[in-house]
Design a binder for this molecule. Structure first.
Ligand SMILES: Nc1ncnc2c1ncn2[C@@H]1O[C@H](COP(=O)(O)OP(=O)(O)OP(=O)(O)O)[C@@H](O)[C@H]1O
Ligand SMILES: [Mg+2]
Length: 254
């Protein structure tokens, strides 16, 4: 295992915030981390073309510098599911192009964090879903979920679907936990999810009013993920790995 596919119980749950915080902390722990946002819908239109907000946020927070064509090969403007955003934009998403970019990044880094779009059953192209992408890259998934009412159902459904597709679920990260406003649901959800799924909740990341992905404000995301993750519960290889870079395991399908 040389990385994680970061998916969510829903869109807007904090995948990017958590990916950025994880990348920054793994780097601090000695990992050579690369990131990828294979398809960004809702890209920002600038004078230099379409920008992947998620990839740029994560690379900025974690201090990662790779060519945008590798990190986010498909940058689409409509804020829709990737397959639909591509269709409207007249773009043909080719999954082998995503795989090629991933292989290149694997040569550059020992550990990869790949952020999906939306949730695990969101279509990348045609009937090829985010779950198929995680499988193609041979990565276990980390599921980012909301803290409040409704998250037990969304998270358990995501876990069940991943398992039914033969995808390893490495853990759940509850993001946006607000201690002062937490009621019975927020307080009991992590334990209930663990008990019903058998999957560990590997982190509870607090709410931070100073954080905003869309305007590239990091807030305290690095510190919050550093403190909020239960690193012992998360199965990680040694920082140096055992035999080479991320590609050795993920891209050769071991
Ligand atoms: N811990 C947090 N505290 C406060 N705001 C947060 C936190 N995590 C995320 N946010 C905010 O919530 C919104 C959604 O977060 P984020 O962009 O990380 O979600 P996402 O799951 O990556 O969404 P998408 O499906 O669009 O990729 C953003 O505006 C972000 O700034
Ligand atoms: Mg995102």
């Amino acid at each position: 295992m040389r990385g994680f596919f970061i998916t969510g119980a829903d869109t807007g749950v904090g995948k990017t915030a958590c990916t950025a915080g994880l990348a920054a902390n793994l780097k601090r722990r000695g990992f050579d981390v690369g990131i990828m946002k294979p398809v960004q819908s809702g890209s920002e239109k600038t004078g230099n073309g379409l920008v992947s907000v998620d990839a740029l946020y994560t690379m900025t927070v974690a201090g990662i510098n790779d060519p945008v064509e590798l990190v986010s090969p498909y940058r689409l403007e409509p804020p829709l599911a990737p397959s639909m955003a591509a269709q409207i934009s007249g773009v043909n998403i080719e999954v082998h192009k995503i795989e090629q970019a991933y292989r290149e990044l694997c040569k550059r880094h020992r550990f990869m964090l790949v952020e999906g779009a939306g949730g695990i059953m969101v279509p990348v192209t045609g009937r090829f879903l985010m779950a198929d992408l995680a499988k193609m890259l041979n990565l276990p998934v980390l599921i980012v979920a909301r803290p409040g009412l409704g998250t037990v159902n969304h998270t358990l459904l995501t876990i069940e679907y991943a398992k039914s597709r033969g995808i390893q679920v490495a853990g759940i990260i509850i993001n946006g936990f607000n201690e002062s406003e937490a009621g019975p649901a927020e307080k009991t959800n992590p334990g209930l999810i663990e008990e019903l799924s058998g999957v560990p909740v590997v982190g509870i990341i607090p709410y931070d009013a100073d954080l905003d992905v869309d305007t590239y404000k990091p807030g305290r995301i690095t510190e919050l993920v550093g403190e909020g993750m239960n690193w012992e519960k998360l199965s990680l290889p040694g920082p140096e790995g055992d035999n080479g870079n991320a590609m050795d395991i993920n891209c050769k399908g071991n």
